[in-house]
Design a protein around this ligand. Sequence first.
Ligand SMILES: NC(=O)c1ccc[n+]([C@@H]2O[C@H](COP(=O)([O-])OP(=O)(O)OC[C@H]3O[C@@H](n4cnc5c(N)ncnc54)[C@H](OP(=O)(O)O)[C@@H]3O)[C@@H](O)[C@H]2O)c1
Length: 289
Amino acid sequence: MEIGFLGLGIMGKAMSMNLIKKGFKVTVWNRTLSRCDELVEMGASVGETPAAVVKKCKITIAMVSDPAAALSVVFDKDGVLEEISSGKGYVDMSTVDPETSSKISEAITSKGGSFVEAPVSGSKQPAEAALLVILAAGDKALYEEAIPAFNAMGKKSFYLGPIGNGARMKLVVNMIMGSMMNAFSEGIVLADRSGLNPSDLLDVLDLGAIATPMFKGKGPNMIKSNFSPAFPLKHQQKDMRLALALGDENAVSMPIAAAANEAFKKARSMGLGDLDFSAVHEVVKQHKD
Ligand SMILES: NC(=O)c1ccc[n+]([C@@H]2O[C@H](COP(=O)([O-])OP(=O)(O)OC[C@H]3O[C@@H](n4cnc5c(N)ncnc54)[C@H](OP(=O)(O)O)[C@@H]3O)[C@@H](O)[C@H]2O)c1
């Protein structure tokens, strides 16, 4: 099957590579076109615009940074909307809010196309290893048609019902993750400043009920202040912001998520937005009496 892929950042690059490895014919586009080169070496074709990709492919997938980017690739000049039509499907795997997803869905379906939102749980390594968890919602027939592609990129896909539910699930998951990352950062600094070895803390955590792959995977690098980006902090802050808006809409009090969001905002103001989201650790470390 000919699949289009828009957005070759940390996630999109790994996901489109897996599609090629599993035998799909892939046509890629990225705003910064030079990022397509590595994919071309693996056998991908390049579309000059999102519209050109959609024209060529039955299903086009997008994986871009945020709501503004997701809207831009659809609605701007040479965007998806110019070529989407009956018989073509569009699958947006970016993390956005339910309203953005609904706007895209309405536009695509009004031109006869079908739409699925399918944000993912899992970071750079799971994307590379095709172990993502796919949180899909929207057009059921397109979801079923896209399952072979989802299987090439992930270990499990969920169909969660109407448009918005994939986005909501993703925001809830990342809200929990961002709050946990802040508590973890505070714990590492507290262990260190109170005279404990932070590496011992990691060993203790790993053997108990709150052991998580995130603590195990990120902890040693955090202790070494290595924040090479797997999940850029600016995107985690975007997700906290969107999750807090979802909380407001649903009258859910979320003081812990709100505090975590402030810490991520502070980290962005310190110029850490392009580093891994674990760099929020630097915000805790910076405070001294
Ligand atoms: N990294 C993770 O661990 C992870 C995990 C789960 C979900 N996500 C979500 O997946 C999405 C992509 O994340 P990522 O980590 O791959 O981000 P990234 O490395 O920052 O890549 C962002 C991509 O979006 C493109 N982009 C940004 N603004 C654009 C615009 N206005 N028009 C067109 N393209 C635009 C970028 O193009 P350029 O190359 O031209 O800048 C790039 O291809 C985000 O929604 C993120 O929240 C990430």
